[in-house]
Design a protein around this ligand. Sequence first.
Ligand SMILES: NC(=O)c1ccc[n+]([C@@H]2O[C@H](COP(=O)([O-])OP(=O)(O)OC[C@H]3O[C@@H](n4cnc5c(N)ncnc54)[C@H](O)[C@@H]3O)[C@@H](O)[C@H]2O)c1
Length: 395
Amino acid sequence: MKSITTARRTAQETIRLGVIMNGVTGRMGANQHLARSIVAIREAGGIPAPGGRVIWPDPILVGRNERKLRALADEHGFERWSTDLGACLDDPADAIYFDALTTRLRPAAVRAAIAAGKHVYCEKPIAPDLATAVDLARAARTAGVKNGVVQDKLWLPGLLKLRRLLDSGFCGRLLSVRLEFGYWVFPGTDSPPSQRPSWNYRREDGGGIFLDMYCHWQYVLEGLFGPIRSVVAVGATHLPERVDEEGRPYRATAEDAAYGILQLGRGVIAQVNSSWVTRVRRDDLLTIHVDGTEGSAVAGLRACRAQSRAETPVAIWNPDLPQTLDFREGWREVDADKDFDNAFKAQWELFLRHVALGEPFPWDFLQGARGVQLAQLAQRSWREGCVVEVPELTL
Ligand SMILES: NC(=O)c1ccc[n+]([C@@H]2O[C@H](COP(=O)([O-])OP(=O)(O)OC[C@H]3O[C@@H](n4cnc5c(N)ncnc54)[C@H](O)[C@@H]3O)[C@@H](O)[C@H]2O)c1
């Protein structure tokens, strides 16, 4: 494995980008960002750049726990790791700071990285509240550092296929969207053990499904269907007790389900259910059902199925007789043969190209702040029991 870190880069000119990866021992840091993105990019020989050059990310793994860092570094054949973030930020050899810390810890670390002149890429949400998110976006702009936030769902194969279908005009005039996200996250009170980090269920630690998922739904809905005009939402903490990583019971202070209705541009209505307390009987953990005048589509994480107006069955309501129609038939898979890269890796490549080559990267901190804004407005709607307009956010 060591060969990954030391191999190649003889014949081609290499654009080395040192990446300080903070929080890399966590769930997202270790799997999606290190293994599935940075390591995968290196295993593919780097990112081809104009003039036969290659962009080569060179990570330094940063965290609190020496043992975990050493194990992760050994696993992937990396030599550089550190428990001293300050020293890493002081080193001019590493141009990029990446942050996959828990949400509450992110702003301070990102601020320090901006002050050190690093380009910054980070997990969503960029901050636990809008004021802090906007502040970070302003700081990055003032410092002139490149900045980006993870918006991985845009590169999910199912959503890329849906995007193509919508662009082709298949659905006609869009009417409504039904987004279903969620699955049963075991609370750990009996087996199996709890599945997600306990901070996800504590508001004081930046947890809660509004903040976690609405920053995704903001760019998913706007990217596919157009601007979000208003939101009305209700949240709930259905399971008030969970068990943490050490097996200790704790009180869940954040909502584990969020039920929202959003009005989009051109009269499109989106119903958005997000839940960690639902059992799945649908095609995937995320499904987006779109109805239009000419056709409908259902996208999952990987697949997208469509039904045209001509293929739509004539449904007849008669509870006295068994249903004769199979409503799952009559849908065909779109672009079934198409393969796509890992969504996180796809966005990493774009960010690294942005830094190395100055190519555009629209998923910046301001865009990240729009996600935090939607989460915050949805929570306000829940608190105040009203429909809340979504104003345009600028710096
Ligand atoms: N893009 C996505 O689909 C997606 C999915 C899940 C989580 N996330 C985001 O990724 C981020 C991390 O989530 P996760 O599920 O990997 O969490 P996690 O708890 O598994 O990892 C958090 C990391 O922060 C570190 N950390 C925690 N407390 C610390 C402290 N006091 N000092 C220094 N380091 C500390 C941990 O050691 C760990 O490395 C969150 O902001 C979350 O919103 C994104």
